[in-house]
Design a binder for this molecule. Sequence first.
Ligand SMILES: [Zn+2]
Length: 543
Amino acid sequence: MKFPSKLLKKAVPMLALSVAFSSGSAFAAERSQNLGIPQQIDSYQHRRVHIQLLGINDFHGQIDVTRKVGGRAVGRADYLAAYLKQRESENKNTLLVHAGDAVGASSPVSALLQDEPTIEILNTLGFDVGTVGNHEFDEGVDEMLRLIYGGTHPATGYFSGAKFPYVAANVIDKETGKPILPPYVIKKVNGIPIGFIGVALSDTPSIVTPSGVAGVEFTDEAEAINKAVAELKKQGVETIVVLAHNPGISNTDGSNASGEIVDIAKNVDDEVDVMFAGHNHSYLNAEVDGKLLVQSYSYGTAFSDVDLQIDPRTKDVVSKKAEIVTTYQDAIKPDKKIKRLIEKYEEKVAPIINQVIGTAKATITDEQNASGESALGNLIADAQRDAMKTDFAFMNPGGIRADIEQGEVIWGELYNVQPFSNQLVKMTLTGEQVRRLLNQQWQSNQTRMLQISGLKYTWDSKKPIGEKVVDIYLPDGTKLDPNAEYTVTVNSFLADGGDNFTVLTEGKNREVGPVDLDALINYIKKLPQPFDANIEGRIQKVS
Ligand SMILES: [Zn+2]
């Protein structure tokens, strides 16, 4: 198939990081020797139960995507599967777990089929338990629960759901006050009960479309974990594992562990033995406050192999160690069954993905000039304004995820540019609100330059936050009237106040339009071919 070679551009810096760290897989092996509490040599040693936990995080439906680590090909679900099965064959007491963001911002082969392919692959691999990250909420709670428990979607029909439980102790239904998923499950392995507690990132509402988390609230991770630990202890469970979609990072030798997961580890009951982290796509293999913390990058480029020695008399962990294993493709044969599954789904979506939409005269990038304008930003903002027939359009730069390469442009490439399937929203703002919106681009901790269509403006970097915008011009050269009303297009993420553009929540006369990707596709199809887009001076920094 023609499509899958193009990677999400924003993933590159993270990969560079993973190259730096994971070149030490020998390190990781060495580390795993040293990490555990030295085993006591006593007469009971032969009776210890050896349990293996294999974990992934932030898989993001990358079932067919190959990446590079240290110049070598890594990832794809069929290679990941082969590694997991190899490790499983070495220890029958193996459980497979994931720490969230298994789906969402996925490869088209999964995303076009509502991420059912990813869940089916996890089912086929025999995953035992997972938790929810922020991306599981991308399409709202109902769709998340449909993927977990089964149900019908207009695009894909009936799907039977995950064959393994999802746990989340801190995602609470606002109406009932109860968790929407079980806070924990108990898995019995060779006579040993193991408690698995899940927690989602409590910051989730600030990083997904507000409609995605409507009806639920996220409570403090450590409090939710401790409540679940107390319940598990009452039931005689001594071995406790937490799946947390919270970030953490360490050196490959386990030193310098930091991130939210470290803070949470220090605040949870010492009965917790292992915590799987996620969200920042990093390496983590460290012991903090007696808890073993692991994270294995992202996208199936690696997995965590946690080994526990458990005393069958006390049912508690006596030693533990972990290894973060990179899924190099040249060191194993891909799993045939999973390979066939990927091919089945690729065939299903190929006609859509390979459809030629237009021809780009030159490469169009989202690289911003010093004023904050990009050629690709202009193209996307123009497409959105055209789709909704409004005076202006504003596009958040974080929603532009890849460039358009010179030459034939296929559907799959445009999908990588706009992978979030946000719907467009038309609204009315006053000129004064437009000025406040533009001034919200500069916040105390971050600058986010909106890409714009239908207006021009100047800004002054020396002016204080909230007053940087100088003059705003309409296409006829006149100035924006603060008291006049203008129609505006943004995507649903921005319309709900995403990225702290709170002015947009004040917009009136709201009307929902097509998905952003469809607007871009339709616009490119209408342009004279070959098409191009350029920086035109829509945004001008005056000093
Ligand atoms: Zn995440």
